[in-house]
Write a protein that binds this ligand. Structure first.
Ligand code: DC
Length: 238
């Protein structure tokens, strides 16, 4: 990188489809590097949950966008770092970290994240959270839209059957009664929604490093990615 590169610590972007292991890998990568983790999907999930609770139909783009703007203006969505339980998400003061993981909230997040009003409302929030560097941001459009100049970009993916199995295991462990077939169908729908939407669709940035985690343990993926970040950071320092 050129000598005019800013001296702040690196901004690391991780994008990829649902169930690729992004949350686990991003969390461990942030820990390995001593960086702050920003789970941007949680913001879309919080908007979806808020809409559900307020009785706002998720199909109503206008109403959901107005709600998202109001949540951001009121600073109603907040991240909190808990020493033992990691990153927590609050909605109007309530800890909704677990509530936003429900499958219907995930589907809702996928729907509302297609609205321009919602994306615009959450954009500044994400940039504020990351601009000082020393962060790992995980999402769908971090390397393409939120931080197109991120210092290191990863596109983390895996075969859909592998992603479905992982998501199913997670949901089952959390007490959900879903089936593998349902989980697979759900993932396919979300992939379709996330990649075909008009604004900020899920796609790999041209300069992103592709990491296929299908046959890779999370720790191996993390080790590979941490090495990449350190090598980029060393290049920048020269
Ligand atoms: O990563 P996740 O499953 O928590 O994300 C929930 C939804 O939010 C996902 O279906 C797409 C959307 N999302 C997005 O559009 N852009 C992001 N940067 C992060 C998530």
């Amino acid at each position: 990188m050129s000598s005019t590169a800013p001296r702040r610590p690196p901004i690391v972007a991780i994008d990829g489809p649902a169930g690729a292991g992004k949350s686990t890998v991003a969390k461990r990568l942030a820990e390995a590097l001593g960086f702050v983790l920003v789970d941007t999907g949680a913001l879309y999930r919080a908007v979806a949950l808020a809409a559900l609770r307020a009785g706002v139909a998720r199909q109503d783009a206008e109403a959901v966008s107005t709600l998202a703007r109001s949540l951001v203006e009121r600073r109603a969505i907040a991240f909190e770092r808990d020493a033992t339980r990691g990153l927590r998400v609050r909605l109007d003061g309530e800890d909704v970290t677990d509530a936003i993981r429900a499958p219907d909230v995930g589907m809702g997040a996928s729907t509302v994240s297609a609205y321009k009003g919602v994306r615009d409302a959450l954009l500044d929030l994400q940039r504020q959270a990351g601009h000082q560097g020393g962060v790992v941001l995980e999402g769908r459009d971090i390397g393409t839209v939120v931080f197109p100049d991120a210092d290191v970009k990863f596109f983390l993916t895996a075969r859909i059957e592998v992603r479905a199995q992982r998501r199913f295991d997670e949901l089952t462990a959390a007490g959900s009664k879903t089936t593998l077939d349902e989980t697979l169908a759900d993932l396919k729908r979300r992939d379709e929604q996330d990649t075909s939407r008009a604004i900020a669709p899920l796609r790999q940035a041209p300069d992103a490093v592709l990491v296929d985690s299908s046959d890779l343990a999370a720790d191996d993926a993390v080790a590979r990615m941490a090495a990449e970040v350190r090598s980029k950071a060393a290049e920048r320092a020269q």
